[in-house]
Design a protein around this ligand. Structure first.
Ligand code: NAP
Length: 247
């Protein structure tokens, strides 16, 4: 019985720890994007599989009996590849995904990152706080009118807006800290994506308190037919139900 956990999130690490504690054979897979990833317990492999075919071959060659896709809600490519690859090989697949934040009526909700960039371009204020991730900055790069405070875990690799202040940091963030940050940089607009979870939610509360408007990017849709749970406990129950658990 071997479980592949597609990771890169706190939920994936918690699931791997729970599986190890239950004596199960678990391999966590990380993309290898961040310089110092938080390593899950149990076996870990790092790097892409080489598309759907590579992932399907891995499932077959490593005798994987179930896949739990516990990747970030915005990691749409690996989620799609896992759906197709697992189906090809006939391996059961579960998506473990934390719920999104409840949509506030005051937020401007947009479908994707280009739509967020368009919303910023028409905003008449000056200082924008971008917490959309380092790989989503290119769409903002030709905006030379606004000042951007950009917070990422690792430095961006692609183009960034000309007036960018870069803040390298990794959550969890506190309400006091987020409040102080918004004040220090005179932030007038927060642009973020609906990652959900508690680690990065404090900025939303701080924005509400300081009447800073929010542009919120919606999650990409999950592949059709995906079975989804929101908690590690439910993922464990599914693994046992699907006949992949030890014992
Ligand atoms: P993505 O766009 O969905 O995937 C791009 C490619 O990266 C995939 O096709 C795959 O390469 C490889 N990949 C992604 N996740 C992988 C994994 N767990 N194990 C092995 N290969 C993986 O992914 P992304 O948005 O760049 O995110 C990369 C990783 O960072 C994910 O594991 C995700 O959980 C984590 N993360 C993402 C975000 C975010 O905002 N997107 C935030 C926090 C953490 P191949 O095609 O070669 O297999």
């Amino acid at each position: 019985m071997r479980i592949l956990v597609l990771g890169g999130t706190g939920e994936a690490r918690a699931l791997a720890a729970a599986l190890v504690a239950d004596g199960m054979d678990v391999i966590s897979s990380l993309a290898g994007r961040v310089q110092q990833p938080r390593r899950p317990e149990g076996s870990v492999r790092i790097g892409g599989f080489g598309g759907v075919d590579g992932l399907a071959a891995f499932l077959r060659d490593d005798d994987i009996t179930a896949v739990v896709d516990a990747t970030h809600p915005f990691a749409a490519t690996i989620t799609r590849n896992a759906a197709i690859g697992a189906e090809q090989v006939g391996v059961p697949r579960l998506v473990l995904r934390r719920p999104g934040w409840d949509i506030q009526s005051s937020w401007q909700v947009v479908a994707d990152m280009p739509a967020a960039a368009r919303a910023v371009r028409t905003w008449s204020g000056e200082s924008v706080f971008l917490t959309t991730g380092r790989r989503d900055l290119a769409v903002f790069a030709d905006d030379d009118r606004h000042r951007f405070l950009v917070r990422t875990v690792d430095p961006p690799e692609g183009p960034v807006p000309p007036q960018t202040t870069l803040l390298l940091d990794r959550g969890p963030y506190t309400l006091d800290g987020e409040r102080a940050l918004l004040r220090e940089y005179g932030v007038g607009l927060l642009v973020t994506k609906n990652s959900g979870g508690s680690m990065t939610a404090a900025k939303l509360q701080a924005a509400r308190e300081l009447s800073v408007p929010v542009v919120m990017v919606q999650r990409p849709p999950l592949p059709e037919g995906s079975e989804v749970v929101a908690t590690v406990a439910d993922a464990l129950a599914w693994i046992i139900r699907s006949g992949s658990g030890a014992g």
